[in-house]
Ligand binder design. Structure first.
Ligand code: BYC
Length: 315
């Protein structure tokens, strides 16, 4: 039995190394299934919780055009959550259970959404930096080894690109606007820069899940590699805006061909992911309230589906 399992593991590794996609009915190691359930469900929760800080500004968007665009973006995030919850279901976990884990505080979601959106410029900074960081991470996930996750990511990435552009465009309007508008843009950059870098997760030497995830090609690039890619891409964008990234250590390193950057406050990151960030309680309370208020819709949809199934049987 042990030999048999070892053989299956080896075959699985060869299959993944051969750049083949793993599909829901294929045999997979239990740890592979578990880590995918963990990562994809956290990702789904992040999309859904991520709607909250932005939705906070829908009623206060400065023009009809901005309001329509923001509404579309927030709706896209809901759609991303739905694709990803479906991808988790293909791994044998009921959606209800996945959502229960979020509402009970057991499951994580991205640290970034535990920060408040204080001004309109934050909507620009989120699109530019948070969606920018998300794209850096998610382009890699389009090539993840699990088929349903990879396919969901292709569509999500296309939409994230539009989100990033709308954010950068808001930042351009503010940065090239009045001195007050430029100051708002700078203030938003100051507050969102470091939390955006934390989105990529702990540094490689403190990332317990990375080794297996890289081996099984769930992740294709390490947390630090992606963080560096994001910084290298974003610094020239900030320069174009005439804004200053709040890091006195930020400096182009000719030898490395990358920007050097200052130390990340990991204590803040661990504090946020253990539930003690500025908005953790507010975010979970909002999700719990929405879940309760949506109960009748779920019940009505389930009753309708049961009725349709009975009608089909009778026909
Ligand atoms: N926040 O071993 P590690 C979006 C946890 S949504 C919270 O490196 P892994 C968007 C990690 O879960 C963006 N927790 O883990 C939506 C682990 O804890 P557990 C969301 C974090 O999984 C709306 C522990 O720290 N994107 O795009 O190998 C509007 C050790 O970490 C975070 C995704 O979810 C964090 N930032 O790597 C706009 C992408 N980082 O689970 C935008 C998919 C780490 O062992 N996820 N932790 O208790 C991933 O690519 C990976 O899960 C991560 C972490 C790179 C995030």
């Amino acid at each position: 039995m042990i030999n048999e399992e070892k053989e299956m593991l080896e075959r699985f590794q060869q299959y993944v190394d051969g750049e083949n996609k793993v599909e829901p009915k294929d045999w997979m190691p239990e740890a592979y299934r578990k880590t995918l359930i963990r990562q994809i469900s956290q990702h789904a929760h992040s999309e859904v919780v991520g709607m909250l800080p932005e939705a906070n500004w829908i009623t206060r968007a400065p023009s009809l055009r901005r309001k329509i665009t923001l509404l579309a973006k927030v709706q896209d995030e809901a759609g991303h959550g739905l694709y990803l919850y479906s991808a988790v279901e293909t791994l044998g976990v009921k959606r209800e259970k996945t959502i229960e884990d979020l509402l009970s505080g057991k499951a994580k979601y991205s640290s970034i959404f535990n920060y408040p959106t204080l001004t309109w410029a934050d909507i620009g900074a989120i699109g530019w930096l948070v969606d920018g960081a998300a794209i850096a991470n998610q382009v890699m996930l389009c090539r993840t080894s699990y088929g349903p996750y990879a396919r969901a990511m292709v569509r999500i990435c296309k939409e994230e690109s539009f989100h990033q552009r709308q954010g950068y465009e808001i930042m351009m309007t503010l940065a090239f606007g009045t001195p007050e508008q430029k100051a708002m843009a700078q203030d938003a950059l100051n507050r969102w820069w470091w939390p955006s870098l934390m989105m990529f997760g702990p540094s490689d030497d403190n990332s317990p899940n990375s080794a297996l995830s890289m081996k099984w090609k769930i992740k294709r690039k390490s947390n630090d590699e992606l963080r560096q890619e994001f910084i290298d891409k974003t610094v020239p964008q900030a320069e174009y805006l005439g804004l200053t990234i709040p890091d006195p250590h930020l400096k182009w390193n000719e030898e490395r061909g990358h920007y050097d950057f200052g130390p990340i406050e990991w204590e803040e990151f661990y504090n946020v992911i253990s539930g003690n960030g500025p908005c953790n309680k507010q975010r979970l309370d909002a999700r719990r309230k929405a879940h309760e208020e949506g109960r009748w819709v779920r019940e009505a949809a389930a009753a309708f589906a049961r009725k349709r199934a009975m009608e089909m049987q009778e026909a």
